[in-house]
Design a protein around this ligand. Structure first.
Ligand SMILES: [Zn+2]
Ligand SMILES: [Zn+2]
Length: 187
């Protein structure tokens, strides 16, 4: 049975416990027994969800393993689930499966403030899952590749129906260029 969790922290002291009993020189290139991960992660990071245009997400199923190898903590896992997004172009809601790999290789020596993954004897799997999710998504989430977005004049969703606006639309960023060229013409 898998547990549903909100904060996901794995105790690594087991791994380090083994380390203490072993001559370190023998550890080079040697692996410890992995910790199996099998859980459902409830993503409640509202800032992240907003950044990713996600309105709702079901608990992400995370499976894989964590082990120590050569002075590093290796996370080798996958996540999957379904989320409701808002299209960045037409603003409609749509459902989409999300999934990806969580391949992290974290050096144990760097246990300083920059290392957000390991705190003391603990591995912060929440951060890892959230980063992997963000990484798996494109910068702009679109309901479909060819989404036509909204009419800039009347706001009609052009995927649903055409409007009658005279769309000689110029990107506001290009507007300045247009001014620039017309001024030059006048000279
Ligand atoms: Zn769209
Ligand atoms: Zn229109």
């Amino acid at each position: 049975m898998t547990n549903t969790v909100e904060v996901c922290i794995i105790n690594l002291s087991g791994l380090w416990g083994e380390l203490m009993n072993i001559n370190i020189s023998k550890l080079i290139g040697e692996k410890t027994n992995p910790i199996d991960i099998s859980l459902n992660y409830e993503l409640n990071n509202s800032e992240l969800l907003q950044n990713l245009n996600i309105l709702e997400v079901e608990p992400l199923k995370v499976t894989g393993k964590v082990y120590k190898n050569n002075g590093r903590i290796i996370v080798d896992a996958v996540f999957s689930g379904e989320a409701v997004f808002r299209c960045s172009r037409c603003l409609e809601e749509f459902k989409k499966n999300v999934s990806g790999n969580m391949n992290f290789d974290i050096p144990l020596e760097e246990k300083d403030d920059d290392n957000t993954y390991i705190e003391g004897d603990y591995l912060n799997l929440s951060t890892i899952i959230e980063e992997a999710l963000a990484f798996s998504l494109p910068m702009k989430t679109l309901c479909k590749e060819e989404c036509r977005g909204l009419c800039p004049i009347c706001g009609q969703n052009l995927n649903l129906k055409e409007c009658n606006c005279d769309v000689d639309y110029i990107d506001p960023r290009l507007e300045k260029l247009k001014d620039f060229f017309s001024k030059n013409e006048e000279v």
